[in-house]
Design a protein around this ligand. Structure first.
Ligand SMILES: [Mg+2]
Length: 302
């Protein structure tokens, strides 16, 4: 079990700026990705429209739980300066309580309401989820801005990401997913993103194995094919989600729009894969290069 670190070095202006870029990219990816979810489009229709790069016509693109929890994590880091797990548990619970209809997974519906009055209970409740803790992609989907914030110190990124995950995702695979995404966002903010470098700093297990497989998957591979090989989040597990999202990010590390079209082509848990890709690429690019129409349609961050 990890513990909270003592009060840490303040984050630099560059760290804050990278975190904001990443958060904007994450929210754009989440809201864009959600448009391809089967609730909105049949998979065949989605494939055709993604191939034609047709901008979804809906006037307002709502973001989902990925962004709601990334905002909660941002708020907690702004207030505390580092991951204070009990405070973070309360921020996650408050975000859930404020709007439960953001597409939260089953585990979060069970866990987060119970943390509202007793945030410190995450220590006993999170490990009991799904008999051994959640290995879902929920800790990975919200964490990119944390990686961007601390990008000047990669050890700190990995440590803080693990602490941020543990509050809801006690299983080592759930935690490894968050570490991989946070490290990728940090490397992206540094202009040094490679899948090998991410794998090197990801804890041993199926997530790291998947990132290594992604590193060996040529960027000339069609994205739908890469999703087939690496997983598209359909099983909502970290090891089924993170490798493909990071492959897309590394394939288009200077082009947020291209990265999101590539990730969307994998379908699956598409708001979450796009949130991860958007948060990682956005840490470098911000959203300034994304189509103005997308930015106008995306629900504001409030
Ligand atoms: Mg979502």
């Amino acid at each position: 079990m990890t513990t909270n670190p003592p009060a840490a070095t303040p984050v630099s202006a560059a760290g804050h700026a990278a975190a904001r870029r990443s958060l904007e990219g994450l929210a754009l990816g989440d809201a864009f990705g959600e448009r391809w979810f089967p609730l909105f489009r049949e998979p065949r229709q989605a494939v055709n429209e993604i191939r034609a790069r047709r901008t979804p016509p809906e006037p307002l693109w709502h973001w989902t739980d990925d962004t709601a929890l990334a905002l909660a994590l941002t708020r907690s880091l702004d207030e505390r300066g580092h991951v204070d797990q009990d405070h973070l548990a309360l921020c996650y619970a408050l975000a859930f309580d404020a709007d439960q209809a953001r597409g939260y997974g089953h585990g979060m519906h069970l866990l987060l309401p119970r943390l509202l009055d007793a945030p410190a209970d995450w220590r006993t409740l999170a490990p009991r989820l799904f008999d051994g803790g959640s290995l879902g992609n929920g800790a990975a989907m919200r964490v990119a801005p944390l990686g961007a914030r601390f990008h000047e110190d990669l050890d700190r990124v990995a440590g803080q990401a693990a602490l941020s995950a543990e509050v809801t995702h006690a299983h080592p695979d759930g935690i490894a997913g968050a570490v991989a995404v946070a490290v990728a966002a940090a490397l992206s903010a540094r202009g040094e993103l490679t899948l090998d470098a991410v794998a090197e700093r990801t804890p041993e297990g199926p997530v790291r194995d998947g990132v290594r497989r992604a590193a060996r998957t040529s960027f000339s591979t069609e994205p739908w094919r890469a999703a087939d090989l690496l997983g598209n989040g359909q099983r909502i597990r970290a090891d089924d989600t993170v490798p493909f999202a990071l492959w897309s990010a590394a394939r288009h590390r200077d082009d947020l729009e291209a990265a999101l079209w590539a990730t969307a082509a994998g379908l699956g848990d598409v708001d979450t894969t796009c949130a991860i890709t958007g948060g990682v690429v956005g840490a470098a690019t911000g959203t300034a290069g994304a189509p103005q129409e997308w930015l106008r349609r995306r629900e504001p961050l409030g």
